[in-house]
Design a protein around this ligand. Sequence first.
Ligand SMILES: Nc1ncnc2c1ncn2[C@@H]1O[C@H](COP(=O)(O)OP(=O)(O)OP(=O)(O)O)[C@@H](O)[C@H]1O
Ligand SMILES: O=C(O)C1=C[C@@H](O)[C@@H](O)[C@H](O)C1
Ligand SMILES: [Mg+2]
Length: 207
Amino acid sequence: MNAVCEPEEALESQPETAILEERATMPARPATSPTRIVLTGFMGAGKSTVGRLLAERLGWRFVDVDEAITEKAGMPVTQIFAKYGEFVFRRMETSAIAHALGERDAVIALGGGAVEVLANRLLLEQTPRTTVAFLEASLPVLLARCHAQDGGETRPNLSTAEERFQYRAPLYRRVARLRLNTGEQTPQQIAAALQEMAGVGASTDLP
Ligand SMILES: Nc1ncnc2c1ncn2[C@@H]1O[C@H](COP(=O)(O)OP(=O)(O)OP(=O)(O)O)[C@@H](O)[C@H]1O
Ligand SMILES: O=C(O)C1=C[C@@H](O)[C@@H](O)[C@H](O)C1
Ligand SMILES: [Mg+2]
């Protein structure tokens, strides 16, 4: 029996979402300060841009999951989608996320679609001392940012952005303990705010 469903089926039926919906609460505030900050949110939210800045502020390592996959595959994400399809990309993504969560003192930028996969959400929830932050913005703002980027029009999944945005919204909220609207702030301001909200770094980590 084939236990793995097709990507189309996975998008249409959402049994795993229903199961998670029954959980009463999201990850509780940790008793100790985090040693990993993970950024989630839709494409164009600024996970890579802000993540890099936050890692610099903290003197932590920065891991961009899309970049890790690109490096491993030896080709850009767009090409992985074109050559192998989204399913293969998602399998690589889960492996890259598991690997990244093995790091300490790391800021980790996820890809925009990582929350669609149950295994990824469980990894995020169950890795100790890990704070997940959801970078939010409206869909028009996000799409404008994507289109303004070099080669932005060829991004995978842009043609289904509207449906994916709706489908993912509750999943981002579910995995994240912190939420931040990025619509009117610069990446520098967002990185500073995240540092404060996560309670890490020299100024907030003193006894
Ligand atoms: N707060 C912001 N204000 C204005 N532009 C921003 C902001 N954050 C990011 N950008 C711009 O939006 C574009 C996308 O940013 P970035 O690549 O960091 O997004 P991402 O969340 O990592 O997307 P993806 O899911 O595709 O990896 C970049 O050109 C970046 O400079
Ligand atoms: O939103 C998505 O589905 C994606 C976002 C990017 O970060 C990449 O992970 C890839 O282009 C898919
Ligand atoms: Mg990115």
